[in-house]
Design a binder for this molecule. Structure first.
Ligand code: SF4
Length: 215
């Protein structure tokens, strides 16, 4: 199913009366709220290896107590992006061994369930995200889980460039897809719009179809 058909299906199931401004042309409004990814969107071309923020010991970016790093830069340009200020690849600080060591130290606390990588777009910062994930696996094996947020869908990442697939395979849970304003739903756990899915990456790979980690 093409991306447009997929979204048309999703959109046909929503109650548009809740979205007064979108009552007309809801399909085109939905489709126009973010940019479709291009093959030219590569980490090599765009990443400045920067992070905009690091928040240890919080509860909002996934299950349990987590340490979250927000990598700088995103090209999807979703309307009302929750983190618009860090769509710029040049904001924030350079990712260094110092911040990596701090993240590892924080993750070593027994009450911390895992790491969350978000942005910005982690898959356009694979140099940083892969290095960090490999370090987490080296230090903790699979005892800490890794969540990653992306404007790409799982299906897009599966056939994307090698670095994007490598990052996907290093993570446990993917929260996928762009934020679509017309599908915004504040009742959803750990995501902003109803097109976004919380996917169990390892099980999905094993079963060769999407297995949700959480509904
Ligand atoms: S994909 Fe995420 S970070 Fe990028 S513009 Fe959309 S909401 Fe913002």
């Amino acid at each position: 199913m093409s991306r447009e058909e997929n979204f048309k299906n999703i959109i046909s199931n929503i109650d548009i009366s809740k979205y007064n401004i979108y009552e007309k042309n809801i399909v085109s409004n939905c489709l126009n709220t973010f940019r479709d990814p291009k093959e030219s969107w590569t980490a090599k071309k765009y990443s400045q290896k920067r992070f905009a923020d690091y928040k240890p010991f919080q509860f909002v970016d996934g299950e349990g107590v987590r340490c979250s790093i927000y990598l700088s830069g995103c090209l999807f340009g979703c309307k009302e992006c929750f983190n618009e200020s860090i769509q710029n690849f040049n904001v924030g600080e350079l990712y260094t061994d110092e911040i990596e060591n701090k993240i590892i130290e924080d993750l070593s606390q027994s009450y911390v369930q895992g790491l969350t990588i978000l942005g910005g777009e982690p898959f356009l910062n694979t140099q940083v995200a892969i290095k960090l994930c490999e370090r987490v696996r080296k230090e903790f094996g699979n005892t800490k889980d890794i969540w990653v947020y992306s404007g790409y869908t799982y299906e897009q990442l599966q056939i994307a460039s090698e670095d994007k697939r490598e990052l996907l395979n290093l993570c446990d849970v993917l929260v996928d897809g762009p934020f679509i304003l017309a599908l915004k739903d504040l009742t959803l756990k750990f995501r902003g719009s109803s097109n976004q899915r919380i996917i169990d990456i390892k099980k999905s790979e094993k079963e060769n179809s999407i297995v949700l980690y959480l509904e």
